[in-house]
Design a protein around this ligand. Structure first.
Ligand SMILES: [Zn+2]
Length: 83
């Protein structure tokens, strides 16, 4: 079966169509396993706004440049880095 072309990764902020430059990794302890990571994408302009949104709720775990995140994801066994 053919899969649709992956969409160009864009910012998760409402009404924003900028390409994603950052990945915000977050977790809601009430509904997610502790090691589970949800991700939002952010352009440069929305990184702070979205980080704050997650940060005040205590959900934000990590903010990683998009390129670094995709590299991490493609490297098996590297998802639990202590540093
Ligand atoms: Zn944006």
């Amino acid at each position: 079966m053919l899969r649709p072309e992956p969409e160009e990764p864009i910012c998760s902020a409402k009404d924003c169509r900028e390409p994603a430059e950052w990945v915000l990794a977050w977790n809601n302890p009430k509904i997610h396993q502790p090691e589970r990571r949800k991700t939002w994408l952010a352009c440069e302009a929305h990184r702070e706004h979205l980080s704050k949104f997650l940060g005040v709720r205590g959900f934000l775990k990590d903010v990683v440049p998009f390129a670094e995140w995709t590299e991490r994801e493609s490297r098996p066994g590297a998802e639990r880095d202590a540093t």
